[in-house]
Design a protein around this ligand. Structure first.
Ligand SMILES: Cc1cc2nc3c(=O)[nH]c(=O)nc-3n(C[C@H](O)[C@H](O)[C@H](O)COP(=O)(O)O)c2cc1C
Ligand SMILES: Nc1ncnc2c1ncn2[C@@H]1O[C@H](COP(=O)(O)OP(=O)(O)O)[C@@H](O)[C@H]1O
Length: 287
C-alpha cells in the first residue's frame, strides 16, 4: 500500500491567530487560508511529516515536543492547497553576495543576499516571502550532495539543488538599511558558506510586511515564526512540494543562549526526503 502523503496525528494547533501576524494591506495576495475549519483539520492531519513517524526511536520524543509547541503557538498556512496563485511565482537569480554580517552573528539566522536592483524585482512589495531556493554548488563545496554523509535525495549528478526558504525583500527597518536587498534563509544546515555561488529563488507566497521592532529578540522571534510558517505551508501540501524533490529539514526545539538568557528556538537539524509533489519547480534546476 502506498504511504499516505498526509499522516494522521492527534495535533490541535490553532490556525490563523485571532490577531494575525500578517496584515494584508501591502499585498493582496497575503492571506491566511480561507477555510479555517478545513485547514485546522488539514494541519491536524498533516503537521508531522511521514519521516518523523518512520524514525522509530525518536518518534515519541519529537511527537511530544511538536505537540507541546504547536499547542503553544499558532501557525499561519499561506495560500490555497492547490498551490501558488498569481502574481506568484516570482523569480530572482544571481550570485550570493556579502551583506552586513548581521544574520549569522547577531540574529543566529544567516541570510544569503541578492541585490534587488539588478534582479528586475524593484516592483515587488517589501516584505517577507517564502518558497524554494536552488544553488549551483561547486563539487568541491562541503555541502555538495556528492560529499554529504546523510541520506540525500538530490542526485549528485544534478547541478542545481533545491532547498525550502523564507526571505525578506526591503530595507530591514530594524537596521535602517539604505539599500534594498533580498535575503533568503535556506531551511537547511550548511557546513560552509556559499558566497558567490549562483542562487535562484522561486518565490511562491507572501507572509507579512517588514516591520521595525522594539528589540532584537522580537525580530528573531518573528523570523523564526516566519520559518515555521514557511515550512508548514510548503511541507504539508502536495501543491507546494516540487516534482523535482528537495532537501527537507526537520525542525527541533533547542535551547540557545541569547543576550545572556537561555531561550528556546526552532532550529533546522536534519535532512530527510520529501515525497515529490505537484509543483513545477523546473526553473530552479534547469541548466
Ligand atoms: C524571514 C525573514 C524576515 C525578516 N523580517 C524582517 C523585519 O520584519 N524587519 C527587519 O528589519 N528585518 C527583517 N529581516 C531581515 C533581517 O534583519 C536580516 O536578515 C538581517 O539584518 C541580516 O542582514 P545581513 O544579511 O545583511 O547580515 C528578515 C529576514 C528574514 C530572513
Ligand atoms: N541556512 C542558510 N541560509 C542562508 N545562508 C546561509 C545558510 N547557512 C550558511 N549560509 C551562509 O551564510 C551567509 C549569510 O550569513 P550572514 O551572517 O547573513 O552574512 P551576510 O551579511 O554576508 O549575508 C550566506 O551568504 C551563506 O554563504
Amino acid at each position: 500500500m502506498p504511504t499516505p502523503f498526509y499522516p494522521s496525528l492527534p495535533l490541535r494547533p490553532s490556525i490563523c491567530a485571532t490577531t494575525p501576524r500578517v496584515p494584508s494591506s501591502e499585498n493582496s495576495s497575503a492571506y491566511c487560508s480561507a477555510s479555517s475549519a478545513s485547514f485546522a483539520s488539514f494541519v491536524t492531519r498533516t503537521l508531522l511529516p511521514p519521516w518523523i513517524l518512520r524514525r522509530s526511536t525518536e518518534t515519541e520524543r519529537i511527537e511530544d515536543r511538536h505537540q507541546r509547541i504547536m499547542a503553544e503557538r499558532t501557525v499561519t498556512v499561506v495560500g490555497p492547497d492547490s498551490g501558488p496563485e498569481a502574481p506568484f511565482p516570482l523569480l530572482m537569480e544571481g550570485p550570493v553576495q556579502h551583506g552586513q554580517k548581521r544574520g549569522g552573528d547577531k540574529l543566529g539566522i544567516p541570510t544569503a543576499n541578492l541585490p534587488v536592483d539588478r534582479s528586475g524585482k524593484e516592483d515587488a512589495a517589501s516584505g517577507v516571502y517564502f518558497g524554494y531556493a536552488s544553488l549551483l554548488l561547486p563539487s568541491t563545496h562541503a555541502d555538495h550532495p556528492s560529499r554529504s554523509s546523510n541520506s540525500n535525495p538530490n542526485p549528485p549528478e544534478k547541478k542545481w539543488h533545491i532547498y525550502p526558504m523564507v526571505m525578506s525583500i526591503g530595507y530591514n527597518p530594524y537596521f535602517s538599511n539604505k539599500e534594498r536587498t533580498a535575503e533568503a534563509n535556506l531551511l537547511h544546515i550548511f557546513d560552509d558558506s556559499f558566497y558567490d555561488v549562483p542562487m535562484r529563488l522561486l518565490i511562491l507566497g507572501y507572509i507579512r510586511p517588514e516591520l521595525d521592532y522594539a528589540g532584537m529578540d522580537k525580530l528573531i522571534a518573528d523570523i523564526n515564526a516566519d520559518r515555521r510558517d514557511a515550512y508548514v505551508s510548503l511541507r504539508t501540501r502536495k501543491g507546494w512540494v516540487p516534482k523535482e524533490g528537495a532537501w527537507i529539514p526537520s525542525e527541533e526545539e533547542v535551547e540557545v543562549e541569547a543576550e545572556g538568557e537561555r531561550k528556546r528556538k526552532w532550529q533546522i537539524t536534519k535532512d530527510v526526503t520529501w515525497e515529490a509533489g505537484t509543483l513545477d519547480a523546473s526553473w530552479l534546476v534547469r541548466d
